[in-house]
Design a protein around this ligand. Structure first.
Ligand SMILES: Cc1cc2nc3c(=O)[nH]c(=O)nc-3n(C[C@H](O)[C@H](O)[C@H](O)COP(=O)(O)O)c2cc1C
Length: 323
């Protein structure tokens, strides 16, 4: 038995799963491993470091013959970075956080499927009007940047607002139970981030993956402190969900004080990032860390979540009884 949705049909996938374009975590190896396992892997282009993109996009393109894609942070994107990414001919292109309109034409002309991630119903309608082929409804449970709506009520509201455009659910999904629930909400699949951070192929410090395995959902929190210290001018309403650490405890709700102390704090923070000191550097992670108990190969995770989803759907249909 296989699950068929508008997402699997569009890309010829075996599972309705997309791995999130996690900036500096989702490199070419992770994206290719996810795609090779029958899902859709996305490279996390993040803020658009061109050297990083060249390396990771050529890896993705050479390590899979199946559909894959790349994502950029919309408010920070430039036409130059967009052209660089398009030159690797990704079948899918994802834009998150901001108005996609300046980039839609180039993406469509390159023949890419455009995926737009949104955090509210109105932004979903706007993404559809701009030409999105697939819309991701991202709830506040998500790891990394996002906003304040919860996945459970947001997804069906976006599904209704943008029909018949396919919607993916994101935020808080880390196993087949979450994916099956997303399908019940009317989604055509799930975009999953944090679970794939704890994959062997994900980039970044191995100890960050161990933090994710050890953390509980309650240990994660939305914050702006890492944007302030990195001097990334994220517009409202975006904040980032990370595993709470000493840096967050020290500066949380004191962002103005942090802005005053940047001369001292920036070098300290950069050293912590370089050394993998996660009491200062951030680990973006979502509330679903409760469900993440191992670091495993990405392909195994795809197959595991896929099999769990099929079992859940089977079980759900068995709940129905003729009286
Ligand atoms: C480590 C990390 C980095 C992320 N970076 C990005 C990014 O650069 N661009 C983006 O569109 N989304 C990014 N996200 C958010 C994901 O696209 C997605 O919405 C989220 O991971 C889904 O929730 P989950 O983490 O509970 O699976 C990131 C998420 C994580 C965990």
């Amino acid at each position: 038995m296989t699950i068929r949705t508008a997402l699997t049909e569009k890309f010829g996938l075996e599972y309705p799963i997309v791995s999130a374009p996690m900036g500096s975590v989702a490199g070419g190896r992770l994206a290719a491993a996810v795609s090779n396992a029958g899902a859709l892997g996305l490279v996390g282009g993040g803020y658009g470091d061109s050297e990083w993109l060249h390396t990771e996009l050529s890896t993705a393109r050479s390590e899979t013959t199946r559909p894959w894609g790349v994502g950029l942070i919309t408010w920070h994107a430039t036409h130059e970075i967009l052209e660089l990414a398009l030159s690797y001919e990704p079948p899918a292109f994802m834009l998150s956080f901001g108005d996609p309109r300046p980039f839609v034409r180039a993406i469509k002309e390159a023949g890419c499927t455009l995926i737009c991630q949104v955090q509210d119903v109105e932004d979903g309608r706007a993404a559809k009007a701009a030409g999105a082929d697939i819309i991701v409804a991202q709830g506040t449970e998500a790891g990394g940047h996002g906003a304040d709506r919860s996945t459970l009520p947001l997804v069906p509201a976006v599904v209704d607002a943008v029909a018949p455009t396919p919607v993916l659910a994101a935020g808080g999904i880390a196993d087949g139970r979450g994916l099956a629930a997303a399908l019940m909400l009317g989604a055509a699949g799930a975009l999953i981030g944090t679970r794939f951070y704890a994959a062997i192929e994900a980039l970044g410090h191995e100890s960050a993956k161990e933090y994710i395995v050890a953390a509980k959902g309650r240990d994660t929190e939305r914050t702006r402190v890492f944007d302030v210290v990195r001097q990334h001018a994220w517009p409202r309403p975006y904040t980032g969900r990370a595993i709470r650490n000493r840096f967050m405890e020290r500066w949380g709700r004191r962002e103005d004080d942090l802005s005053e102390a940047l001369e001292e704090e920036i070098p300290r923070f950069r050293a912590a990032v370089r050394d993998g000191d996660f009491e200062t550097a951030m680990i973006w992670a979502g509330e679903a860390v409760d469900l993440i108990l191992d670091v495993a190969p990405a392909g195994e995770l795809v197959r595991r979540i896929g099999a769990e989803t099929e079992a859940c759907l089977q079980h759900a249909s068995e709940l129905l009884r003729k009286t």
